[in-house]
Design a protein around this ligand. Structure first.
Ligand code: AMP
Length: 183
């Protein structure tokens, strides 16, 4: 199955995404994790993305799109995957469709984990990553409103959006997800 998981910072995308991947036996591909790993290892990608990731800004599209192209052509991504953190904008969602056309693949579902902003804010502040300082969290939530919420308008008319209530215990979200996906 080919999936993207969408939602604000602290919506539970990582937790739900990883569980779903082990259930479906597909790779979990998190652009945020790849950027953080590259920054720690000081690779070229890390040096290019660090100034943006550290401020909670979006890494330029050219870098993010190229990263996804490279990752989706790896052998382990040929029969399914779940993208976490990509797409981040409606533009990236469209770019993903272009890329999948090129690769002869098709997205099955975009899962939207719906969580009120007040809950996103408090959950993000409970985490302790370097990019989770209050002003950075606020910036990421602003960007989520401006850039990520419009993705629903891309997937909804294409009948590929699955909305899941994310304001409940993780086990209940996970059960709801498996039921909705029918697996
Ligand atoms: P995340 O772990 O998904 O919250 O991502 C952490 C950071 O990585 C974000 O705040 C951005 O700086 C960067 N990032 C992750 N995914 C993308 C993307 N698709 N486009 C641009 N920047 C991204």
């Amino acid at each position: 199955m080919k999936l993207v998981i969408l939602g604000g910072p602290g919506a539970g995308k990582g937790t739900q995404g990883k569980q779903l991947c082990s259930h479906l036996n597909i790779p979990w591909i998190s652009t945020g994790e790849i950027f953080r790993g590259a920054i720690a290892a000081q690779t070229n990608l890390g040096l290019q993305s660090a100034p943006f990731v550290e401020k909670g800004e979006l890494v330029p599209d050219t870098i993010a799109i190229e990263l996804i192209r490279e990752r989706l052509t790896q052998p382990d991504a040929q029969s399914g995957w779940l993208l976490d953190g990509y797409p981040r904008t409606a533009f990236q969602a469209e770019e993903l469709d272009f890329l999948l056309d090129d690769l002869g693949q098709r997205l099955d579902w975009a899962i939207w984990i719906d969580v009120p902003v007040s809950v996103l804010m408090s959950r993000s502040l409970e985490r302790s990553r370097a990019d989770d300082r209050p002003e950075i969290v606020r910036r990421r939530i602003d960007l989520f409103h401006q850039r990520t919420i419009p993705i629903t308008e891309y997937y909804e008319p294409r009948q590929r959006l699955l909305r899941i209530d994310g304001d409940r215990p993780p086990e209940s979200i996970a059960r709801g997800l498996l039921e909705t996906l029918g697996c």
